[in-house]
Design a protein around this ligand. Structure first.
Ligand code: F6P
Length: 324
């Protein structure tokens, strides 16, 4: 392996910078040339590669976002876009590519390596959604849920002071893991996620029960992609059946994607960045490096993208019991 390129793709996630830093420094340690691609796959198409030194990635471990920028590229999904990206990598002498992102990013990496086997690719799970198979945690998830917990704790102060019912919408278009974990940590009265059917009558029952035992405020966490709709829609429907509390809606939005990564995300990002480079140097290809039960794992990219992380039934039950 002579020359490795690294890119970030899809939604940014806290810890991506820590991961870039680890990739760059591990590559340099092994006397390998390392370049950053600016702007994800779109940057590959436009030949936006920049060689990185150890100093270039200094003082970024604590920063959210990604110094390499990111994008969701439509052109890369076309044959022409893929071919152009490949030609640019070839011209630069790149023979290994590290992709930090979520499942859409891995589909892009797999497409490239499948068509052009002379470029080896390794994926690193970087998304706040934690929805990839083959790793317990994705980079950014821990920071995002801690951001949610802090925000909801603040909201609960108001909920209790004013006797209000809050519907708080958190990110997760296709996955409810942000909602579920943060909801448990915040003591949410109910957690609505895309993976389970939302029954409004059941939700109203929970609220009635709380009201009858003189609860002074309630917080319902709604994942963006819940089947009953977003927080505004659910609040509207619930209001028609239960109006004892004053109802408010808070959309947390992109504050969940930014900010300084937690210690856990920094360490995970560093470990996986290191593993991605060493895996490339060992000749591995078309895999994602992850961490399961504290151990580094390697699974084919196709598997990482194929399955959504399953929701643990016990965790769902615990969430329900805790809201009694
Ligand atoms: O995949 C990360 C994520 O933040 C999802 O939770 C969310 O649904 C989506 O990205 C939002 O994407 P965008 O920032 O492009 O609107």
């Amino acid at each position: 392996m002579q020359h490795i390129a690294v890119l970030t793709s899809g939604g940014d996630a806290p810890g991506m910078n820590a991961c870039i830093r680890a990739v760059v420094r591990t590559a340099i340690y092994h006397n390998c040339k390392i370049s950053g691609v600016i702007g994800g796959y779109e940057g590959l198409i436009h030949n936006e590669l920049k060689e990185l030194s150890s100093a270039d990635v200094g003082n970024i471990i604590q920063r959210g976002g990604t110094i390499l920028k990111t994008a969701r590229s439509l052109r890369y999904k076309t044959e022409e876009g893929l071919d152009t990206a490949y030609q640019n990598l070839k011209t630069r002498g790149v023979d290994g590519l590290v992709v930090i992102g979520g499942d859409g990013s891995f589909r892009g990496a797999e497409a490239l390596a499948k068509k052009y086997p002379d470029i080896k690719v390794i994926g690193i799970p970087g998304t706040i959604d934690n929805d990839l198979f083959g790793t317990d945690f994705t980079i950014g998830y821990d920071t995002a849920i801690n951001t949610v917990v802090q925000a909801v704790d603040n909201i609960r102060d108001t909920a209790i002071s004013h006797n209000r019912l809050f519907f708080v919408e958190v990110m997760g278009r296709d996955a409810g893991l942000i909602a579920l974990r943060s909801g448990i940590a915040c003591g949410a009265e109910a957690i609505l996620i895309p993976e389970t059917t939302t029954y409004i009558d059941k939700l109203v029952e929970v609220l009635e029960r709380g009201w009858s035992r003189k609860k002074t405020g309630c917080v319902i966490i709604v994942a963006e992609g819940d089947d009953a709709g977003g927080a505004y829609k659910v609040a509207e429907i619930v209001k028609q059946k239960f109006d004892k509390y004053e109802t408010k809606v808070a959309i947390l939005g992109h504050i969940q994607r930014g900010g300084s990564p937690t210690c856990m995300d920094r360490v995970l990002a560093t470990r996986l960045g290191y593993e991605a480079v060493t895996s490339l140097l060992e000749g591995k290809n078309r895999i994602m490096v992850g961490q399961v039960s504290g151990k580094v794992t390697h699974i084919p990219l196709t598997k990482a993208v194929k399955h959504n992380s399953e929701i643990n039934e016990t965790i769902l039950q615990i969430a329900e019991i805790m809201s009694l």
